[in-house]
Design a protein around this ligand. Structure first.
Ligand code: NAD
Length: 442
């Protein structure tokens, strides 16, 4: 079979700036992690771009390069970090407060971490009730805030002599906002910015500023930030890739691993009860019912889409799904998530699965930030703009085209991602259909 044409990908020349609104547990674990890896102090465990391989051609060809040797990604040495926060702490202080990484490790990269000082954030307590930001910009309108953020982005790029930027939202989860008229078109949204429309949250202002400058923007939190027609329009206009939302870590990661397996074996589900305890700042923010609602929506949709009750009513009709998050300070970032899964098998006989995942949230999220930053930059250099469905693998609530349903199954997501990389590089897509096997035995 002829090879498909290669997508033209601009080389990863010069430095790539990775900016995160929010310099908290996830972002400092990501930044400190990359610094430690660059110094040879640790390994990039959990990062697909750094550790993953990709099979090319037929199995008999034995071509399985590392992903980072196959596609032109930015090198870790070429990443430059920055961000915004609503507290003044530098990345070292913030990492100490987050308590995810050991002080021994942080001290080995302390000067580098200390040099990362956040820019003042755009914030309003209405959108994150549990936080009292003290390090925030002040302006008359949301439009003015957007201009200030664009200046920050441009200054950061110039000062650090960067070639390109990507932005990954690692800020706190904002309250639940339903898209309304102001989100429907770019024109309405820009008017809304000028008139301080209350349905425009700070994360949307960051997203607008990034996209206006054509900078790729990914959202790691579940709140509405760029996933509405106005900013889809802007992303298309400025050719910026967008992706999101809500990093797929912890309990939902487990759900998207187990549920496809149950469905593959045609095992039924009566109910799935999930509860968590966590004690970091994220847990505190999610203790507020309005922020929790945003998270709940994101976590609940996963099973419906994977199990497809409309196709398998005898197995998945009206299964009961409950998700709870409890703020419990003694645990810090070391969350514990319990799942009780009531399933049924042959002739309807009931069984139970219990999962007790003692995970570390930010340890699972940090490599996702790295992979997203590198893939979003790749997407832009490949001239892929708008929604990047092939990055669904990293998210609990993947952005999808308006007339399609989101793909939640981790294994389908992985196949889609790797096939996109093969497509970019002019390699045959692999469907695992086994046609070669058929020819062999004929
Ligand atoms: N840790 C995970 O596994 C995981 C998984 C999925 C999603 N998330 C989401 O990622 C985000 C970050 O998580 P985290 O554990 O680092 O939380 P965190 O509370 O440690 O960090 C968030 C930071 O954002 C800052 N912030 C809040 N509003 C801001 C604004 N408007 N501008 C700039 N900074 C702002 C806060 O001051 C804080 O320092 C949260 O929304 C969380 O829900 C995390």
């Amino acid at each position: 079979m002829d090879k498909m044409p290669k997508v033209k990908i601009a080389p990863a020349k010069g430095k790539l700036g990775v900016l995160t609104p929010g310099l908290g547990a996830v972002s400092t674990t990501f930044i400190a992690g990359v610094m430690a890896i660059r110094k040879g102090l640790a390994k990039p465990i959990g990062s697909m771009t750094q550790m993953g391989t990709i099979r090319l051609g037929k199995r008999t060809e034995h071509r399985v390069p590392k992903i980072k040797d196959f596609i032109p990604l930015s090198k870790l040495d070429d990443l430059v970090f920055g961000g915004w926060d609503i507290f003044k702490d530098n990345a070292y202080q913030s990492a100490i407060t987050a308590g995810v990484l050991e002080t021994g490790l942080l001290d080995k990269i302390r000067p580098e971490l200390e040099s990362i000082k956040p820019m003042k954030g755009v914030f309003h307590k209405h959108y994150v009730k549990k936080l009292n930001g003290t390090y925030i910009k002040s302006a008359k309108t949301k439009w003015d805030y957007a201009q200030m953020l664009m200046e920050d982005m441009q200054n950061f790029k110039d000062t650090n002599r960067l070639n390109r930027l990507v932005i990954v939202w690692c800020g706190s989860t904002e309250i639940f906002i339903k898209p309304e008229a102001v989100h429907k078109s770019l024109e309405a949204f820009e008017k809304g910015l000028k008139k301080n429309h209350p349905a425009i949250a700070p994360s949307m202002i960051y997203a607008y500023a990034a996209l206006k400058l054509g900078i790729p923007y990914a959202n790691g939190a579940p709140n509405l930030s760029h996933d509405f027609p106005a900013l889809f329009e802007l992303a298309k206009e400025t050719h910026a890739p967008i992706s999101g939302k809500d990093f797929k870590t912890g309990q939902t990661l487990m759900k998207t691993i187990i549920a496809p397996g149950l469905k593959a074996r045609m095992l039924g589900l009566h109910g799935w009860f999930s509860t968590n305890i966590l004690g970091n700042r994220d847990g505190e923010v999610l203790d507020d019912p309005e922020s929790f609602k945003t998270k709940e929506e994101s976590k609940l949709s996963v099973l419906e889409f994977i199990l497809q009750p409309e196709l398998y009513p005898e197995l998945y009709h009206k299964f009961y799904h409950k998700v709870r998050i409890n703020y419990y300070p003694p645990r810090g970032d070391n969350k514990e998530g319990w799942d009780n899964i009531d399933i049924f098998g042959w002739l309807g006989y009931p069984m139970q699965i219990k999962v007790d995942f003692l995970c570390r949230d930010s340890i699972l999220a940090a490599p996702i930030v790295l992979d997203l930053a590198l893939y979003m930059d790749l997407a832009q250099r490949a001239k892929f703009s708008g929604i990047q469905e092939w990055l669904s693998f990293f998210f609990k609530s993947p952005l999808h085209l308006p007339d399609l349903y989101p793909e939640h199954d981790l294994f389908i997501q992985q196949m889609k991602l790797k096939n996109t990389l093969r497509f970019m590089m002019g390699e045959e897509q692999i469907t695992h259909l086994g046609a070669d096997y058929y020819e062999y035995y004929r």
